[in-house]
Design a binder for this molecule. Sequence first.
Ligand code: 2GW
Ligand code: MN
Length: 297
Amino acid sequence: CSVPIFLFVLFICFCTVYHIPPHGRTDVASVTPWLAPIVWEGTFDSTLIDSIYKQQNITVATTLFALGKYTRFLKDFLESAEEHYFVGFRVHYYLFTDLPEAIPNVKLGQERYLTVKKVPSLNRWQDISMGRMEILKKLIENELANEADYIFCLDVDTKFYGRWSVETLGHLVGVIHPWFFNVPRFIFTYEHRRESQAYIPAGEGDYYFTGAAFGGSLKDVQNLTKTCREQMNIDAANSIEAIWHEESHLNKYFLYNKPSKLLSPEYLWRDISMSAGQVKIIRFSHVAKNNAEVRPN
Ligand code: 2GW
Ligand code: MN
């Protein structure tokens, strides 16, 4: 009877010596102080998590904005999404553009849909970037109720390089900005002027989130877009615009409405990032772009 016990003790010693955790990562935080998971490579079993969601027949709405010259990013975005993004699950892309004729013809897989919606051209880019919240709120309220379970809102000047799938699903999901992972809080570029509704007092805030990707359940993202829109309207009435536009308002929202799941910078990379050491796989990344070439004026 002591042989099995001996073998068990030997196994535990082996695991301890060789640092084999049952699962998870020891080099990065994979949980927030409010016990929301932070998704990193190595913290989940993709086969297992796929099989759990396979039984649920879910639809993931995915919104994209491509106005003016930003339509040039669509081909790479869509082609790479078909290869890496929720593969095997129903995805419905909602694409807002002022140039429907410039939309490339990308072949979509089974149970993958694309709806193109025409929106007016805007000259001030801040209005494009901030106007997204209003359009998203209306889309969720008026059209998605019976059409989707989850939604992700993504920048279009991006490309997928690796798996982004059901491990990212949750009620309210934020993505840690790749420049601000592992840096002290005072570096975070929150809005620090009291006059703005996006104001975050010094010493407050947990993480700095990117505006280029967020999502969650329809209900939670509806509340997010509605609140950010209202806050931006109050700012506009007071002639103030937050330092990083809707990204500042998103960070304020996440401070008081904690995300239930965070995605590591694997889920939004940018060429120059500080946390390269811990990022073992780049799944989704901003593509290098020549701002002077793609942005109006
Ligand atoms: C035009 C002039 C200047 C900036 C943007 C634009 C522009 C943006 C445009 O002509 N057409 C267009 O479709 N957009 C959409 O807005 C497009 O979906 C793009 O991905 C998104 C955000 O603009 P982008 O990607 O140029 O800004 P980034 O990459 O510096 O984004 C960060 O900061 C923004 C706010 O300042 C947002 O929060 C964004 O989500 C962040 O990633
Ligand atoms: Mn972008």
